[in-house]
Design a protein around this ligand. Sequence first.
Ligand code: F0G
Length: 450
Amino acid sequence: MKTIIEPFRIKSVERIRETTREERQRLIAAAGYNLFLVPADAILIDLLTDSGTSAMSTEQWAAMMRGDESYAGSSSFDRFRRSVQDIFGFRHVIPTHQGRAAERILFTVMCKKGDVVPNNTHFDTTRANCEFVGAEALDLPIAEALEPAALHPFKGNMDTARLAETIERLGAKRIPLVMLTVTNNSGGGQPVSMANIRAVKAICAKHGIPLYIDACRFAENSWFIKLREPGYADKTPRAIAQEMFSLADGCTMSAKKDGLANIGGFLCTNDDLLAQQEKDLLILTEGFPTYGGLAGRDLEAIAVGLNEALEEDYLKYRIASTGFLGNHIAAAGVPIVQPPGGHAIYLDARAFLPHIPPAQFPGVALAIELYLAGGIRSVEIGTLMFGEHARMDLVRLAIPRRVYTQSHIEYVVEVILDVWKRRESLRGYDLTYQAPFLRHFTARLQPRAG
Ligand code: F0G
């Protein structure tokens, strides 16, 4: 059959509530025009993030009942470690409460002031944790990544010529590690090819620099490699993931994405000395190395979820669903980051609203109108999130895993096309409050008089 279906049926449902445009107008004004500050029960379709929002399977819930809550030596940790090592292959597996905790420990142990950490594109918490220890977070995406409309099968790739040039110029001593984010979230959920990972590893190896993978969406990246990279069509997503990680020296992971869990993460390394230092730091803030800030039942949910995320029928439906959203709005002329990414569709707000300059937050204006029009919550990834570093103003529609059905996605298409028709009437915003870092979470804004 040609129709791609959700490879699951629904056993437990969660009610979602419709509100009127007037109610939403009041709610968003009370939230200082920041969608992070709107109560979740006033959202109809929540596409704020694909992180921690997955629906768990019956197998995950069943495994959670087996959770061993022993402080030390929990058997849940053994199952978690086995599951991680089977896919990721690294010698040391250090559990953390989520991805950014792994990042903080990694950068604290490996970086010092004046160091530089290249990445295809640092995610916002990765950048912030890197800068917090005084190192510079350097983005080296390929040129196509910065052109939303440009088509490239692996738009998440790192620019290897610039990486080599950067290492030659700064010297390897100032670069304690190189990172690759799969898929490249801030760059549009775009995949990195195996050839690119291999090329980056070769450059790193030549200079003795370790390569770490930010592995949040490793299963989706593996699926894109299977679909698009010559030589991988007959390999399983698991075998592809194993090959990807065999090229790296370690990884950071947020299990809230392709771990299909609601909380959790881990840090892996092959380096015994680093692992010891990382575990020492872990005990200080996260917990004993056999739980790292997680309950035994969380470790169980992740152990099962990592494997479910690699199932072919799941990945086929997942990537088709995201593609359906992207392709249907693009066909009507809506500017999106092309081609559709793995976990999200990114609207190009600068092209959608060319009459609103970046300093007036076109991404914020678009995200707010999607909420007012249809109760949809999305997130700005642009000038509000990155300040003057922002090279694009995007609105991300991130799709939670196994949560929404095809008719929900069709509704989202309808709302976006409605706003597209009225785009010239949208106005920009002014910032009235900002925190010193990660300002988008708590910023307050107001609409500009029109
Ligand atoms: N790296 C990437 C590529 C991410 O997308 C995220 C989180 C993290 C690291 C940090 O992981 O949230 O578990 O601490 N991204 C979420 C998002 C928040 O909405 O894209 P975390």
